[in-house]
Design a protein around this ligand. Structure first.
Ligand SMILES: [Zn+2]
Ligand SMILES: [Zn+2]
Length: 729
């Protein structure tokens, strides 16, 4: 498949520029291979690209411009190019946008000499300004790391001149980047942890799959604490022993710290890391060492699926059900689905690890498309937490309070025993609603159809849709009356306040994504709590994601009904997963745990399913309902969002689409809408939604492409298509 192009012959080059096709260039002296990373002229500029096969040939060779330079990295593999094309077709994304995801190595096109980095020096600044102090503080927070100039300036919110100014005094060290160092060798033959019987069975099945050198996906299901990580690390060991590369995806970078320790314990060294928490220099090193095949194991966020692996043998998607695997900005893709696609292109294995499988993965295992391995016993002595509900209709809770007397007692008992409790509420901020007691109006975002949420720690109101923040106004924005704004309902910050009032002596820690400036500070907090640095943890869904707190024996869910109200097709599934995940935090090590769910609907089928713990019954029931409705995973869906500053324009486009459905009719797809999106305005743009539903086997992508291509969009209008949408906002 891969082809060598003789010098002077025409070749196609795909660039990262927003063009919808590859362009023809002339092969340089010495010829060039398919997949080579190159620099080519485009208009007056030089841009990066990849040799993408034979030229279209619609221009005479002598008129073509030559390829300027071949970058000193190994070419993109056939499998990776194949994946890029298939992923673009699947997500209805342009090939150039897809290639951009694969070229996210900082400074890839730069000559090595240009790569200066900056680190903490030993000198003192000759004159201390506030800006200079921020630079030093940023460097001190991450000792040992080196940064690109603009990266460091951004971190400290200063101009690059401030950083340069600190170099003279020696307070900041300027260095030329050393050649990227090799990653230490991982030793697959070191003895791992002793495995339990069911772990051994699962591990040897995964090892055999990796040895088979073919594509396959396995759902590895096991309750929290059953030792899934040890099992899939055996699959990683098999890949390493066989000379293959492996990738482990984690849903949350705060989890990487603990995971890196486990990799180090198993293989004697740390793997490569790829996520937003590592420096540009580290990311460049990771990209280039993955490209040469020297980096054998990468631990990363979803974007690591687009790294230039040479011989990928295994992808693990840990916590495969996690919603953060869905990229909701820019290129809309599900990392879980893309992992399966990439593995099928690379003849590699996928392991989907979870305690609570997504209905999609569960259904694929039922159909026999995926293999399935179950871990039944919890590792060591620990048993599953005992779950029960607290019927809030029977509890006497004063106004403005949310912790029931029953839950309060349970927390007290834990404090006396020297154990930790977790109070869980999946809502950021202090209070979801700020209401004026004079006029009855709620404070809303002026750009969005959304309420402003009070964040008391930051003393600001924040819009969770567009990120807009504003200071807490002294007077009501609607009627101007002062001193009448009141917080209504609980957010996680308000729960922390209530906990502090109820237990003034206790050490309280809050875990909410918006309270940590960096992944690093979150990681540090998580580690501090794990060491016993808090009696009571108050957290959002951030805590559900596999953090290991050995002293935690009680989980109290403030509002188990919260997720049940949505009209979202996955509302029941999400609530079930979240409650199971959160309860699973209690009682690992050697102490049994208890989970108490505060609810006003203890008879609700989802709440009952959570308590019974009969997950298979829940999934079967949920699957039956979805099958009857013809919705995913038993049907295909696509969400179309049309946005425009003018709501009428957006609706006109939506109506035009709804009237011209012929390409969709031909594949048996139905169109619903247009209707205002549940959040009808974000950042000043009005949003209109259409929903497309099709039978499972329908070739929906080409039909969608043809359908939207028939409409000419006004310049101000944006249209996005989300295949297999996960959220319906
Ligand atoms: Zn008012
Ligand atoms: Zn907003």
């Amino acid at each position: 498949m891969s082809h060598f192009h003789a010098p002077g012959t025409p070749v196609a080059v795909l660039t990262t520029q927003p063009l919808d096709r590859a362009l023809d260039y002339r092969a340089p002296a010495g010829g060039i291979e398919d997949g080579a990373y190159v620099e080519v002229p485009l208009g007056p500029r030089k841009v990066l690209g990849v040799v993408w096969g034979k030229a279209a040939g619609d221009w005479p060779v002598e008129k073509l411009r030559p390829i300027l330079r071949i970058l000193p990295v190994p070419p993109m593999s056939d499998a990776f190019r194949d994946f890029t094309e298939r992923a673009a077709a699947y997500t209805l994304t342009s090939l150039s946008a897809m290639l951009r995801l694969g070229l996210r190595a900082p400074g890839l096109g730069e000559a090595p000499g240009k790569r200066r980095v900056y680190a903490l020096g030993t000198g003192e600044p000759d004159r201390a300004t506030e800006a200079r102090t921020r630079v030093i503080a940023a460097l001190r927070e991450r000792p040992g790391d080196v940064f690109a100039l603009s990266e460091l300036a951004d971190m400290a919110s200063v101009s690059t001149g401030v950083v340069k100014g600190l170099v003279k005094s020696g307070a900041v060290l300027e260095q030329d980047t050393p050649r990227d160092a090799d990653y230490p060798t991982l030793d697959p033959d070191r003895a791992g942890k002793a495995l339990a019987e069911d772990q051994m069975v699962a591990a040897s099945a995964l090892r055999a799959s990796v040895r088979s050198d073919t594509y396959g996906t396995t759902l590895l299901k096991g309750v929290t604490g059953s030792g899934k990580t040890e099992v899939y690390l055996e699959a990683v060991a098999e890949a390493l022993a066989g000379g293959l590369q492996a990738l482990v995806l984690l849903p949350e970078i705060a989890l990487t710290g603990e995971f890196l320790h486990r990799v180090e314990a198993r293989f004697g060294a740390r793997p490569a890391e790829w996520h937003s928490g590592v420096t540009q220099a580290e990311r460049r090193r990771c990209w280039s060492k993955v490209a040469t095949g020297q980096a054998r194991l990468v631990v990363g966020a979803r974007s690591s699926l687009f790294l230039p692996f040479q011989n990928l043998g295994l992808i693990v998607v840990d916590e495969e059900h996690d919603t953060s695997y869905k990229q909701e900005d820019g290129v809309l893709y599900s990392a879980r689905d893309m992992a399966v696609l990439r593995a099928s292109c690379e003849a590699a294995q996928v392991v989907l690890a979870t305690a609570t499988p997504s209905l999609e993965s569960w259904a694929n295992a039922e159909l026999g498309k995926y293999k399935r391995l179950d871990l039944t016993s919890r590792f060591g002595e620990a048993v599953l937490p005992k779950l029960s509900t607290i019927d809030m209709r029977d509890e006497k809770v004063p106004g403005g309070r949310w912790i029931s007397p029953t839950l309060k007692q349970a927390i007290e008992a834990r404090i006396i025993a020297g154990e930790q409790s977790l109070i869980f509420l999946n809502r950021r901020g202090y209070a979801p609603v700020t209401l004026c007691r004079a006029c009855g109006q709620q404070v809303a975002c002026h750009q969005c159809d959304a309420r402003m949420v009070e964040h008391r720690f930051q003393k600001r109101l924040m819009c969770h849709q567009c990120g807009e923040t504003a200071p807490m106004p002294p007077a009501c924005p609607s009627c101007g009356v002062e001193g009448k704004l009141a917080a209504v309902g609980p957010g996680v910050e308000r729960m922390a306040e209530e906990v502090a009032t109820l237990f003034p002596e206790a050490r309280v820690a809050i875990l909410s994504s918006d309270l940590f400036g960096s992944a690093r500070s979150l990681k540090a907090k998580v580690e501090e709590i794990a060491q016993g640095g808090a009696d009571i943890i108050v957290g959002t869904q951030l805590v559900a994601k596999g953090h290991n707190f050995p002293k935690l024996t009680l989980v109290g869910v403030i509002d188990a009904d919260l997720g049940l109200q949505g009209s979202d097709l996955r509302a029941a599934e999400r609530t079930f997963q979240l409650m199971r995940q959160v309860s699973g935090r209690a009682g690992r090590a050697d102490k049994p745990g208890v989970a108490l769910l505060q609810t006003y609907q203890p008879e609700h089928p989802v709440i009952r399913a959570i308590l019974s713990g009969d997950e298979e019954a829940f999934l079967r029931e949920e699957a039956d309902q979805r099958r009857a409705a013809g919705v995913p995973p038993y049907g295909r869906m696509a969400g179309i969002v049309i946005s425009d500053p003018d709501g009428a324009v957006a609706f006109d486009v939506g109506n035009a689409l709804a009237r011209n459905t012929q390409p969709l009719d031909q594949v048996g797809a139905e169109v619903f809408g247009p209707a205002p999106a549940p959040i009808a305005r974000i950042r000043g743009r009005h949003r209109v939604r259409l929903l497309v539903k099709a039978p499972r086997q329908a070739p929906i992508q080409p039909a969608l492409a043809e359908w939207v291509a028939r409409i000419t969009l006004p310049r101000s209008t944006r249209l996005s298509i989300d295949i297999d949408p996960q959220s319906f906002l």
